[in-house]
Design a protein around this ligand. Structure first.
Ligand SMILES: Cc1ncc(COP(=O)(O)O)c(C=O)c1O
Length: 482
C-alpha cells in the first residue's frame, strides 16, 4: 500500500497531537463554532480509544493554540476568535458636507422599533433581558427595600448613595484608577454623566472633538447644548486617530474632547494603553478636559479588562463616565461620574438636572456588586456576547454580497458593516423594518450624516434560527439594492 506523505507524517505524530489536529480542523473549518461545547476529556478518551492523560494533553494543546477554553464546572468550549473572512473598514474620513438633517426622526424610529416585541433587534444596542440577572435583582431590590424601610423613599442627595460609591471606588481599581468614594457622583445612567460633564466644561458655541463615527446620543446631546461636534477620523480597531486630533488641536480651539476609548459605539474600537496615555497627555498640555465614556469597558472578550484613559490622568482633567446600562440593568438608570477637578461644578449641576439618582436601584446595585455574583454574571454575559457576535459575523460574512467590510471588535456588542457604496442604509432601514428587522443606519452616527452605506448591527440577542433568518433577509435586501 502506498502511503501519502501527509498520512505518513500523520502516522508519525503522537496520538494526542493527532486528536488535537482533528479537532482543530473541525474548529478552523467552522464545523465546531464559537461557544460549542466539545466532548469532555473522559468522553474524548473513550471516543478515540486513548488514555485520559492523552486526551488531556490533546485538549491542553488546543487550549495553548487558543482554540478552546476550559470553563469551571462546565467543560471545554470553542473559544471566540475574530474571524478574518472580511476586511475591516478603513479609518474614517469625515466629510464636511451637510446633508438633510433626519437624525432625530431616525432616532425616534429606532426607539419605536425597540419597543416592538416581534421585531428582530439588530438596531437596539443593548443585551437582551435573557442575558441579564432579572430574578436575582428582583430579589435583591425587594430585600433592599425591606431593609431600608422608609429610607428607600428618601432622597439620596448628590453625590449619591454612599454604599454604592464605596463599591464603585473598590471596583475602579480594576479600571486602573485609584479614587475615593468622595470623588464619585452617582448619576441617572451614563447619559446624565455625559450631560453634566459637557455642561461643566463648555458653553454654547464651543467646539467638542468626537470620534467619527460616534454614538448618536452624543451627537444629539452636543447639538441640544448648542455645541459644535468636530468629527475626528477614527480607526475601527485602535480608535481615535491621534495624529489627526493633534492637527486639529494645533489649528483651532477645542473646548473638550468626548471619547469612548473602550469599545466605541458603533466601531467597537479599543484604544491601546499607549494611545490612551498619549491622548491624556496631548489634551493636558493644552488644559482641555477629556470626557471619557467607559460604558462598554466591562464587556471585554480578552482576559484583562482594559484600563481607562483616566488611569493616566495627573491633572484631574479626565471626567470618567459609566453606568450599569449595558451590563446589568438598563432600566435602573444608574451610572456614575468621576469628574476630577470639576467635582463641585458637576455636583451642583446634578441637582438642577435630576435632583438626585433614584435611591432603591442604587442600594440594589451596591448589594449586587458586593454579594450578588456580579463578577460571575459579567463572565457569563461576556461569553454570551462573544458567541453571539461571532455567529452573527459568520452569518454576515457568508450571506452578504462580496466586497462588504466589517469590524472585528474584541468587546462590546455591536458590529459596524460597510455595504457596497450604492446601498443607501436609510432605505435599507425602511425595507428591513417592513420585514420586522431593525438596524441602525450609518448616518445616525455622524453629525453630518456621513456613513450612508454603513449599518450597525447589535449582537445583544441570543443566537437563534430567527436571528439567522433575519441575517438572510438583510443579505437579500442588500443584494437587491446593490
Ligand atoms: C457610548 C454610549 N454612551 C452613553 C450611552 C447612554 O448610556 P445610559 O443608558 O447608561 O445612559 C450609550 C447608550 O447606548 C452609549 O452607547
Amino acid at each position: 500500500m502506498v502511503i501519502s506523505r501527509t498520512s505518513a507524517a500523520r502516522q508519525a505524530e503522537p496520538l494526542y497531537a493527532r486528536i488535537a489536529t482533528d479537532l482543530g480542523e473541525m474548529i478552523e473549518g467552522g464545523v465546531l463554532r464559537t461557544g460549542d461545547r466539545i466532548p469532555s476529556v473522559r468522553r474524548a478518551s473513550l471516543q478515540h480509544k486513548v488514555s485520559l492523560a492523552t486526551a488531556v494533553q490533546a485538549y491542553l494543546t488546543l487550549e495553548n493554540r487558543g482554540l478552546i477554553e476550559a470553563r469551571p464546572k462546565s467543560g471545554f468550549f470553542v473559544r471566540y476568535r475574530p474571524h478574518h473572512l472580511l476586511d475591516e473598514p478603513q479609518t474614517s474620513r469625515p466629510i464636511r458636507t451637510v446633508s438633510r438633517d433626519e437624525s432625530p426622526t431616525l432616532i425616534s424610529r429606532l426607539f419605536d422599533a425597540t419597543m416592538m416585541r416581534d421585531v428582530v433587534q439588530f438596531g437596539a444596542g443593548l443585551p437582551n433581558a435573557k442575558l441579564l440577572p432579572v430574578q436575582k435583582l428582583n430579589r435583591i431590590i425587594s430585600a433592599a427595600a425591606r431593609r431600608a424601610g422608609s429610607g428607600s423613599l428618601e432622597l439620596d442627595m448628590p453625590p449619591g448613595c454612599l454604599v454604592l460609591r464605596r463599591t464603585l471606588a473598590r471596583r475602579a481599581l480594576d479600571w486602573g484608577v485609584k479614587v475615593s468614594p468622595d470623588e464619585i457622583i452617582t448619576t441617572s445612567g451614563c447619559m446624565e454623566a455625559l450631560v453634566l460633564s459637557l455642561r461643566a466644561v463648555t458653553k454654547p458655541g464651543d467646539p467638542v472633538a468626537v470620534e467619527s463615527p460616534t454614538y448618536f446620543g452624543v451627537i444629539q446631546l452636543i447639538a441640544q447644548l448648542g455645541l459644535k461636534a468636530l468629527e475626528i477620523p477614527t480607526h475601527p480597531r485602535t480608535g481615535l486617530d491621534l495624529d489627526a486630533l493633534e492637527r486639529v488641536l494645533r489649528s483651532r480651539r477645542v473646548s473638550a474632547c468626548l471619547v469612548v476609548p473602550n469599545f466605541n459605539n458603533p466601531l467597537g474600537s479599543l484604544m491601546p494603553a499607549s494611545a490612551k496615555e498619549r491622548l491624556v497627555a496631548m489634551l493636558a498640555r493644552r488644559e482641555i478636559p477629556l470626557i471619557e465614556d467607559d460604558l462598554y469597558g466591562d464587556l471585554h472578550f480578552g482576559r484583562e479588562r482594559p484600563h481607562v484613559a483616566k488611569s493616566f490622568d495627573k491633572k484631574g482633567l479626565v471626567m470618567l463616565c459609566g453606568s450599569f446600562s449595558k451590563s446589568v440593568a438598563p432600566g435602573y438608570r444608574v451610572g456614575w461620574l468621576i469628574p476630577g477637578r470639576f467635582f463641585e461644578t458637576t455636583r451642583d449641576l446634578k441637582f438642577t438636572s435630576t435632583v438626585a439618582t433614584a435611591t432603591l436601584p442604587q442600594l440594589a446595585l451596591a448589594e449586587y456588586m458586593t454579594n450578588g455574583g456580579y463578577d460571575h454574571h459579567l463572565r457569563a454575559l461576556r461569553r454570551a456576547l462573544q458567541t453571539q457576535m461571532e455567529k452573527i459575523s459568520h452569518a454576515v460574512a457568508e450571506s452578504f454580497p462580496a466586497g462588504i467590510k466589517m469590524t472585528r471588535p474584541t468587546g462590546g456588542l455591536v458590529l459596524w458593516v460597510e455595504l457596497p457604496a450604492r446601498v443607501n442604509s436609510l432605505r435599507l432601514h425602511t425595507k428591513a423594518l417592513a420585514e420586522k428587522i431593525s438596524i441602525a443606519p450609518g448616518p445616525m452616527f455622524s453629525p453630518r450624516q456621513n456613513f450612508r452605506n454603513f449599518i450597525r448591527l447589535s449582537c445583544g440577542e441570543p443566537w437563534s434560527p430567527k436571528i439567522e433568518r433575519a441575517i438572510g433577509v438583510l443579505a437579500y435586501l442588500v443584494k437587491q439594492m446593490r
